[in-house]
Design a protein around this ligand. Sequence first.
Ligand SMILES: [Cu+2]
Length: 107
Amino acid sequence: MFKLRIALIAACLGIVAALAWGRGYIVIQKDKQFQVDKVVIRPGDKVIFQNHDDFTHNIYSPTKGNEFNINVQRPGGSTGVTFWTEGEVEVRCAIHPKMKMMVVIKR
Ligand SMILES: [Cu+2]
C-alpha cells in the first residue's frame, strides 16, 4: 500500500512536470532508421532519442536556431533534446546519412 501511494505521488508529479515544463516524446532508432518520420511538438517540449540498435549513432541537427549534436550515442543510450524555437528541424545521423526525420515545433 505504501509503495502504491509513492507510485501515485510520483505519477502526479510527472504529470505536473509535463504540464509545467513541457512534454517528452520518445523517438527510437532501430535498424538504422528513425521509427517515425516526424514529431510535432510545442516549444519547451523534449524529444528523447533512444538507440535500440546494437551499434552507435550520432544524431544532430544543422537547422539554424535549433542546432544540436548529441555526439556518440552507444547502444541502449537515451538522450533528451529540448526544442525552444518554432520551426521545422531536420534531424540526421552523422554516421548513417540515410537516417532523417523532422521535428516540427509550433504553438
Ligand atoms: Cu546512425
